[in-house]
Design a protein around this ligand. Structure first.
Ligand SMILES: Nc1ncnc2c1ncn2[C@@H]1O[C@H](COP(=O)(O)OP(=O)(O)OP(=O)(O)O)[C@@H](O)[C@H]1O
Length: 611
């Protein structure tokens, strides 16, 4: 891993704009037809735009009785000299109206199409990001603050969407307009055309410079926004602790500091944005004065007539107009590039835990076998070389119930995380019925085991959907799973029974009630292996014995791993594995371990004394 979203908040942009742009190509390809259609509309629209100054110039020439014929790339154009003044004026007015209507209709349609494509692309990117993020290993989430991630998923994708919705993608339009106008200018009068083009060059240079500065400031501003959101998220999630420990003021101070840094960076982006607009405003005035100065001189020398002079004054304005619009859009475009860059950062995060290649899929085992679990010299470290599990080597026989016991931080939960493949062992392997779990598709591995954690997470939705979790079970199946685990009576006591709506993270249920639902969730899946991590710790003694009884039934014919601190709850298991600082120090039945007089015996005696 070369970098992470969390480790280097001020990481410099690495990919070039071109590479970033290419990242959008696959998305654009999906909408190729609409995109092409909108591009086709560009051509007549830009021509109509460049025609307007010429038509107005012709009108002036007609009124001033100047020659109205002109050559366009050596083609002699003369459609006015044969007409009377009124006819000619009507004819020009008619043409002008056509160009205006053409632009009105085509520009409108084009901008609608482009925005439509843009919204589709943004939605596709958002979907892909969601899929990618939910496939990333738990390790990624260990080191990435949630707020930082949410910023990328929401406001960065939004910034990308704005490139389309503000019409910023229309720069293509603007650039094309500049090209067409330049062509028309040279066709009419090369000296004035050269003057305008020469003015265009330094402005473009300046714009590129300010654009780079803006981009840097924008990247930093987004990073600061991420930090701001992480802080916000942390304070909201931990609001009870914040208030109970009166950290409001202290956290408020921290928040203000980050907010100040954010504002500072935003100020810098605004400065560079304004600098571009000011430069353009100034330069387009210079251009018009230049045309007026040089043009008047040419008029006095009879090398230019009034009609053409008015045409070029309009050209001067029109040439810088797309550039000015480009400047307005450029803020959105630069922000869009920053967004693509930040979104790519996540897309580039490798998916650490992958399913085996297709050819290995055949290795799945018949799910009717009870499930033998084997840890083969397993070593594991969350952080490099800081091993929390050391050379674990044990087998849990099919149908065997094993308890993991040991002091806090001994590594019990880590064993479960490895078994369910939320993390992968640093060394050694874990086998399920003789097959390395890395060779099993994750969906199958996790279907075969149900894990009940101390803090069962609940989704916003009703009780039923929190038991089925998106899989199709009939209501009868849901009810019998609840009955089998003795939680039916609890559910029936809820205001709307199985239809009671649970709030996000289940805050309208008590800790114990949440745990009870987790039992039903496990039972309905009929797993081969059941894992309980402090699953009954939140229950009162009465409820626990009710659950214990249901558990005995549930555990029949299944392999089970049970983690419990209250040793009285695991007396009946087949075998107890005792862990100390990541190492297996004792193994045997309750009686055997008591008679050995080791760590287990002393833990047990301590607990007996307490009760
Ligand atoms: N996500 C993580 N990143 C880094 N270290 C971790 C992480 N989770 C746990 N640890 C460390 O790994 C060690 C073992 O943790 P584990 O949760 O497996 O212990 P445990 O025996 O289940 O403890 P408890 O009885 O308190 O639940 C601890 O020292 C802990 O600090």
């Amino acid at each position: 891993m070369t970098h992470s979203l969390a480790d280097q908040p001020n990481r410099r942009p690495k990919e070039t704009d071109w590479r970033l742009f290419l990242r959008l190509v696959p998305y654009a390809k999906k909408n190729m037809r609409l995109l092409l259609l909108s591009m086709v509309f560009l051509v007549p629209s830009a021509i109509a735009n460049a025609m307007q100054p010429i038509l107005i110039g012709q009108t002036v020439s007609l009124l001033k009785r100047e020659p109205t014929s002109w050559s366009f790339f050596s083609i002699e154009i003369d459609f006015l000299s044969s007409r009377s003044l009124t006819e000619g004026l009507n004819f020009l007015a008619g043409l002008l109206l056509i160009t205006i209507l053409t632009r009105l209709i085509l520009d409108g349609t084009q901008s609608y199409l482009v925005q439509k494509v843009g919204q589709r692309i943004t939605a596709d990117i958002r979907n892909d990001l969601f899929d990618h993020v939910t496939s990333l290993g738990v390790r990624f989430f260990d080191r990435t603050p949630v707020g930082r991630l949410i910023t990328r998923l929401t406001s960065d994708v939004e910034a990308l969407g704005e490139v389309f919705s503000t019409g910023a993608i229309g720069v293509v339009n603007d650039l094309f307009s500049i090209l067409v106008i330049t062509g028309f200018m040279f066709a009419r009068q090369w000296q004035l055309a050269t003057l305008l083009v020469l003015l265009l060059l330094p402005v473009t240079g300046l714009i590129i410079y300010f654009q780079q500065q803006y981009r840097k400031a924008n990247y930093k501003a987004r990073e600061e926004l991420s930090s701001l959101n992480s802080m916000l998220q942390e304070n909201i999630t931990g609001i009870s602790v914040v208030q109970l420990f009166r950290r409001e003021q202290f956290n408020g101070g921290l928040f203000r500091t980050v907010n100040k840094r954010y504002i500072h960076e935003v100020d810098r982006t605004i400065f560079h944005d304004s600098a571009v607009s000011a430069t353009l405003e100034w330069i387009s005035l210079v251009a018009i004065s230049g045309v007026l100065g040089v043009g008047s001189w040419l008029v006095m020398n009879r090398q230019l007539d009034f009609g053409l002079l008015s045409t070029f004054i309009l050209f001067a304005q029109r040439l810088f107009d797309p550039l000015r619009q480009f400047a307005e859009k450029f803020t959105a475009i630069q922000a869009g590039f920053t967004a693509v860059e930040r979104v790519s950062d996540i897309m580039n995060e490798p998916i650490e835990i992958r399913d085996p290649e297709k050819s290995h899929k055949g290795t799945s085992i018949t799910p009717t076998t009870p499930g033998e679990i084997r840890f083969e010299h397993v070593w594991f470290a969350y952080k490099q070389d800081d091993y929390v599990l050391k050379d674990l080597d044990f087998t849990i026989r099919p149908g065997e119930k094993v308890a993991l016991v040991g002091p806090t931080g001994a590594g019990k939960s880590s064993i479960i995380r490895l078994l369910s493949r939320l993390y992968e062992p640093t060394n050694g392997r874990i086998l399920l019925d003789g097959v390395d779990i890395r060779q099993l598709p994750q969906a199958e591995l996790r279907r075969r085991m149900a894990i009940i954690l101390q803090d069962g997470f609940l989704f916003a939705g009703d009780v039923k959907s929190n038991i089925t979790l998106g899989e199709t079970y009939t209501f009868d199946q849901i009810r019998s799973a609840a009955e089998a685990t003795n939680v039916a009576s609890l559910i029936e006591r809820l205001p709307q029974g199985y239809n009671t709506m649970l709030r996000e993270r289940g805050t309208n249920l008590s800790g114990g009630q949440k745990q009870l639902l987790a039992f039903a969730r496990a039972a309905i899946r009929d797993p081969q292996i059941l894992v309980l991590d402090e699953a009954t710790a939140n229950l009162d003694v009465g409820t626990e014995s009710l659950i214990q009884e249901a558990l005995e039934r549930l555990l029949e014919d299944r392999s089970a791993i049970i983690i419990a601190h209250r040793l009285s709850t695991i007396r009946n298991v087949d075998r107890i594995l005792v862990l100390k600082r990541g190492q297996l120090v004792e193994s045997g039945s309750h009686e055997e371990l008591l008679s050995q007089g080791g760590l287990y015996a002393s833990l047990y005696q301590l607990q007996m004394l307490e009760s």
